[in-house]
Design a protein. Structure first.
Length: 558
């Protein structure tokens, strides 16, 4: 029923009429998703209520769970007529199946178990036996899942979740794992989730039947940790040894399924990430800011997951910078642009604009800026110790950065590493120039007055009024890659570049061309008046050591 309800709800949420989308246009925050969920939820509740009343009327009961109780009781009565082993086996399987469907199996079957209590030596069916030798760590013998993740998948997402679940698992509470991995309704883990408790039951039953281990003779609380519970329940160390053997076997059963589940989760996550990046690229040129973190779909889920992992990555300094050299027409390297990179342990390289988006919307942009500026200023210090001539490194900032306390961030890092303003240039995208408010404008002017060179990045996309070039705020224009890529085959692009160069010359500004891939592009740009280049013709973004080597090689300084 739970599964069917989820499918029905998902189908209803895709219907634009049922979700009232025409009435939620322009509604901000979490209000729009909440309103869109109202009618689908109401229809689901109404349908479930109707089904419940029909079933109750058919079976002449007051509630649906009474039907389940009756069916399970009949099943147990039939099994008890044969032998205790079969009854215990059915009980174990039923508990796991209910848990897998999202029900608390032990609680649901407890009234049935008490009604069909044994009187003919069926000690194996007693709840104590199940709690001691089967439900170690909770349903599904979850301690085996926990141990497998801790031992062999510690650095994976599920392994980190297992670390959080350590204390509850030791006291046989498995909800963090069953709902967090998740195991509930997960077809990949269905077989081991049911099979492992069955194997535990059969091994323990056999061990007691053959007198290798004493029968359970003492009552123990279900929260008593494994190993200790085996000793207390049987009054023998052999009970604890049996638990250890069972746990080891359970780990072996779960491992291949956990690995497969992790691989499938990675594939699903990569697909969700590709959807997120694709949607972000579509909206990058829009003035309206996307709201991925508030979405309830797969894009929202992967966004929120990445945000939490980004916070951790910043704290652990797992992000890093690459430096793409910039070369003038004479072949001299004049500096580099610092590019942020995040090599995610599961998804690989993360799209850099997505990192910035997550930091902005997740409220951790100041922490990310501190990390970037500190890293770049430290890099400048290292370059100066091995390259004794003028150079600079430029850093990208957004308008959101300039709305914050970016000046203190920059000044603190420069003071820490003895960096001069002329060595740290500041880039702001053309789109963000549109978002200028008085606060941003004043900060840019103060940064320029302090000695920093200011650059308009991605110029030529059609957002910025040319009046901004006459605002005496910027020193350098960086041509948008779309102008440079098609330069050889598009005369209009050549005309635009020539016009930009002529205009900036008259205004006392310089031009840098990005995405210069071939010598032919470089020659055309030089003919059009552009004399500074950045692109794979010279170098891809490289680590700091390689950039220092590039500087020395191209400037003939040993």
């Amino acid at each position: 029923m739970t599964y069917l309800v989820c499918i029905a709800y998902g189908a209803l949420r895709k219907n634009k009429y049922i979700t009232l989308q025409r009435y939620t246009a322009g509604v901000g925050g979490i209000c729009a998703p909440a309103i869109q969920a109202l009618l689908p939820m109401a229809l689901i509740i109404f349908a479930v209520g109707i089904v419940n009343r029909i079933v109750c009327a058919w079976f002449h009961v007051e509630a649906l769970y009474e039907v389940m109780d009756y069916l399970m009781q009949r099943l147990f009565e039939i099994a008890s007529a044969h032998n205790s082993f079969l009854l215990g086996l059915i009980y174990i399987v039923a508990v796991q199946l209910l848990w897998f469907l999202g029900f608390h199996g032990s609680n649901v079957l407890n009234p049935v178990a008490q009604t069909v209590a044994f009187t003919d030596g069926a000690s194996f069916f007693l709840k104590n036996f199940s709690d001691t030798f089967v439900s170690m760590g909770g349903s599904g013998t979850a301690i085996c899942i926990w141990l497998a993740l801790i031992l062999f998948m510690r650095k994976k997402r599920s392994g980190k979740l297992a670390g959080v679940a350590t204390i509850p698992i030791l006291f046989n509470m498995n909800e963090i794992l069953t709902f967090g991995i998740p195991i509930i309704l997960n077809p990949v883990l269905f077989l081991p989730f049911v099979m492992t408790p069955v194997v535990m039951y059969m091994i323990s039953y056999t061990a007691v039947w053959l007198d290798f281990v004493p029968a359970v003779s003492n009552e123990v609380a279900w929260t008593m940790p494994p190993i200790l519970s085996g000793y207390v329940a049987t009054g023998s160390i052999r009970g604890a040894v049996l638990q250890i053997i069972c746990i080891a076997i359970g780990v072996g059963i779960y491992m291949p399924f956990l690995k497969l589940n992790e691989e499938l989760e990675t594939v699903r996550g990569q697909h969700q990430l590709s959807l997120l990046v694709e949607e972000l690229k579509e909206k990058e040129n829009d003035i309206e800011h996307p709201m991925f973190l508030l979405q309830g779909n797969s894009v929202g889920i992967i966004s929120r997951t990445l945000l939490q992992e980004l916070k951790s990555a910043i704290q652990k300094r797992e992000l890093y910078m690459l430096y793409q050299p910039q070369v003038d027409a004479d072949g001299k390297c004049v500096g580099a642009e610092a590019n942020l990179r995040w090599n995610h342990p599961v998804y690989g390289m993360i799209y850099p604009p997505l990192i910035i988006y997550l930091a902005e919307d997740g409220g951790i942009l100041p922490e990310l800026e501190d990390y970037i500026v500190d890293t770049v200023c430290h890099a400048i210090q290292k370059v100066k110790s091995r390259y004794h001539s003028t150079f600079k490194i430029s850093v990208n900032f957004t308008a959101h950065s300039l709305l914050g306390d970016i000046e203190s961030c920059i000044n603190n890092a420069m003071k820490k590493y003895d960096v001069r303003p002329q060595e740290l240039w500041i880039e702001i995208t053309e789109q963000d120039v549109l978002l200028q408010v008085d606060t941003v404008t004043e900060k840019m002017k103060r940064l320029r007055a302090a000695g920093h060179k200011l650059l308009i990045d991605d110029f030529g996309m059609g957002h910025t009024s040319l009046l901004y070039l006459n605002s005496h705020t910027f020193d350098i224009v960086k041509l948008d890659g779309s102008l440079v890529r098609d330069l050889l085959i598009n005369e209009t692009n050549q005309t635009i570049v020539r016009s930009i160069v002529e205009l900036t010359d008259k205004l006392g500004m310089s031009v840098i061309a990005e995405f210069v891939e071939t010598e032919e592009q470089k020659m055309v740009l030089e003919q059009l008046g552009c004399r500074c280049y950045q692109g794979h013709l010279y170098s891809k973004p490289v680590v700091l050591e390689s950039f220092i080597a590039f500087l020395n090689e191209h400037n003939q300084i040993s």
